[in-house]
Unconditional design. Structure first.
Length: 241
């Protein structure tokens, strides 16, 4: 009834864009951050757009997103340090600036849950499967609490956990593998649910049995190309499989 292979005992979900509608808030925050930076320092560059978000930023730790996007434009900045202020012209400074913009946007918009994802998550729990959230966000605790989904999540590996344990971010499989270990489920008995290309690639690289691509923005073919076994517009579709 879950649209998954019978061998699956655990489900590992990305948060932004899969369970919560915060991916649009992230994208808006990244666009504001990068467009302001480019306009001030590299005015000949075109603005940040949806394709940049999908290819270079979505699903990755913030500093990796900054590095990868700037590298795509041939721009290099000093690394700086995690203590850099948001106006510092460094990788860490831009990363902090983005997070401040995101938190302001989140305070205004709030946390919206995809209804189909909430129904699917309840069905997963009712079936007795272990659940986990695997996200690059350092605001996962606050977002999950505000969403009302926290009580249905057994394991959480977020940006704070990853930094503390030295785990590489997506597309490396480290965070998904850490969540599977914490859940007591081997990758061959776990499914990954992702809307980001980097996240789908991470699930595939980790040897997970089933990778579900969630297409919220019309990139179904790219999700399949990066390794999704199936692509759905909403998790509720799987309940009808």
């Amino acid at each position: 009834m879950l649209g998954l292979p019978e061998s699956i005992r655990g489900c590992l979900f990305d948060m932004d864009g899969v369970l919560t509608r915060t991916a649009t808030v992230h994208q808006a925050a990244w666009k504001r951050t990068f467009d302001d930076f480019l306009a001030a320092a590299h005015p000949a560059q075109r603005p940040f757009d949806q394709r940049d978000y999908a290819r270079y930023v979505d699903g990755k730790p913030r500093t990796d997103g900054v590095r990868d996007f700037l590298a795509s434009r041939g721009i290099r900045l000093p690394e700086g340090s995690p203590d850099d202020p948001p106006d510092a012209q460094t990788v860490h400074g831009l990363s902090r600036r983005k997070n401040e913009v995101f938190l302001r946007e989140l305070a205004v918009r709030g946390v919206e849950v995809y209804p189909g994802s909430a129904r699917y998550l309840r069905a997963v729990k009712a079936a007795g499967l272990v659940t986990g959230v695997v996200t690059a966000s350092t605001n996962a605790v606050e977002v999950l609490a505000a969403s009302g989904l926290a009580e249905m999540i057994d394991v959480r590996v977020d940006g704070i956990v990853a930094a503390g344990r030295g785990l590489r971010g997506k597309p490396a499989p480290d965070t998904f593998l850490a969540a599977a270990e914490a859940a007591g489920v081997p990758p061959v008995e776990a499914a990954v649910f992702e809307d980001a290309l980097a996240g789908v690639a991470a699930g595939r690289a980790g040897g997970f049995s089933y990778v579900v691509g969630v297409d919220r923005v019309g990139q179904a073919s790219d999700l399949r190309a990066y390794g999704a076994d199936v692509v759905v517009p909403d998790l509720e579709v799987l309940l009808k499989c």
